[in-house]
Design a binder for this molecule. Structure first.
Ligand code: GN1
Ligand code: MG
Length: 372
């Protein structure tokens, strides 16, 4: 459900935000962004030095050990700050900073036991839910490549697993089958389409996990959620300047990230549309994103990484559709929804996108060959 703030809780919000303020006063706290899991607010201060920061209530039903997230974020940012000191970059690049409370903690717990943390807001930046124009595509790709590049020498085992099973498609498939066994969804054209869609694709769900088990794809650190609106753009230069939302930075495959970046960046209709006929995968945007990605990531990619890139793109679109559909069947317990059919509608968008990816397989494989 959308966050509803009563007068009472608005006052509480100011009190919670104030825990993270070392200089100045809180002027306002307003709902921010379009996250599906955590509750996010923009805090505005009357301070001259730092005008805004981002306050978040972590959904502890999803992230069971939120302290591990904060620990990962510290290790991640210490490493990246150090790398940036020794990297000659001729452009702006920022890393979101964890803010401390008045008593020097990474988080605070409110009277109801909720877990709150604060992250710096990248000044003069904005994000987009869909690609404003093709010029942004290479920038989105560059941002993900830069992100991967900066952690490519941080050993994966240094970071904890903050969300077990995240992006392991066969586990989502198993969960779906369990949910399905315990529900009898009301039959409709939309539900039947989704049921059939998944049942036609159960055998291809294992492709990345099999490649990982066979040692063809190495375990690396990943972002976990590099969708288009997690890339921040400088409002003046229109260049990508940061990748935000670091809760799922943890060991995984870069293919999950490449897939997530492309399934969100190359879907001009956006993941919230209900005009399902307008959903398609734009191969020009795909070419731009991959070109930008490789301009920063080429150094650490192997032949096998390229060989499985198409599969990653197809699989992550399918996987997200499967996750939305399972959540619809389970009664909307994971993703926030605005109405009961919301997750069903979101699933159809991802399945239509998967269909479009599948129908352009040879073009997408050619693009990968061309840009590498
Ligand atoms: C969730 O909460 P948000 O919007 O940052 C989800 C991602 C999905 C995304 C789809 C931890 O991210 O995996 O791709 O929704 N995050 C988690 O918009 O499940
Ligand atoms: Mg996220």
């Amino acid at each position: 459900m959308a966050t509803v703030i009563s007068k009472q809780s608005a006052e509480n919000l100011v009190g919670i935000a104030d825990q993270f303020v070392l200089q100045g006063n809180v002027r306002s706290v307003t709902p921010f962004g379009s996250g599906n899991i955590n509750d996010t607010f923009l805090v505005t201060l009357d301070s001259a030095t730092e005008q805004h920061f981002v306050l978040q209530r972590i959904n502890t039903q999803v992230f069971r050990q939120p302290r591990l997230i904060m620990q990962n974020m510290r290790i991640f940012s210490d490493h990246v700050y150090q790398r940036l000191q020794y990297t000659l970059l001729n452009r702006r690049w920022e890393v979101p900073r964890v803010m401390s409370t008045k008593d020097a903690q990474d988080y605070c717990i409110d009277a109801e036991g909720a877990f709150w943390r604060a992250i710096s807001f990248i000044p003069g930046s904005q994000s987009f839910d869909t690609m404003p124009n093709i010029g942004y595509a290479t920038e989105i790709g560059y941002a993900l490549g830069m992100f991967h590049n900066l952690i490519s020498d941080l050993p994966p085992e240094k970071l904890a697993d903050t969300l077990a099973g995240f992006h392991i498609t066969p586990l989502y498939l198993r969960h779906y089958q369990e949910v399905l066994a315990n529900t009898s969804p009301q039959s409709s054209a939309e539900v039947n389409y989704c049921l059939q869609f998944v049942s036609d694709r159960t055998t291809s769900a294992h492709i990345l996990e099999n490649a990982k088990t066979q040692g063809l794809l190495p375990l690396r650190l990943m972002h976990g959620d590099p969708k288009i609106n997690n890339v921040m753009f400088d409002t003046a230069t229109q260049k990508a300047v940061s990748v935000i939302d670091l809760d799922t930075v943890k060991p995984g495959l870069v293919h999950y990230d490449i897939g997530d970046c492309l399934r969100s960046g190359c879907n001009p209709a956006g993941e919230e549309t209900e005009q399902w006929d307008t959903v398609y995968f734009d191969t020009d945007l795909c070419q731009g994103i991959l070109q930008g990605y490789l301009s920063a990531a080429k150094a650490f990619l192997t032949e096998n990484d390229y060989a499985y890139m198409y599969d990653g793109i197809r699989l992550i679109a399918f996987e997200l559709g499967l996750r939305f559909f399972s959540d619809y069947l389970a009664g909307n317990v994971y993703f926030k929804v605005k109405h009961p059919e919301h997750n069903l509608a979101r699933a159809i968008v991802q399945f239509k996108l998967t269909e479009s990816i599948e129908s352009q397989e040879s073009q997408i494989r050619n693009i990968i060959q061309d840009v590498k």
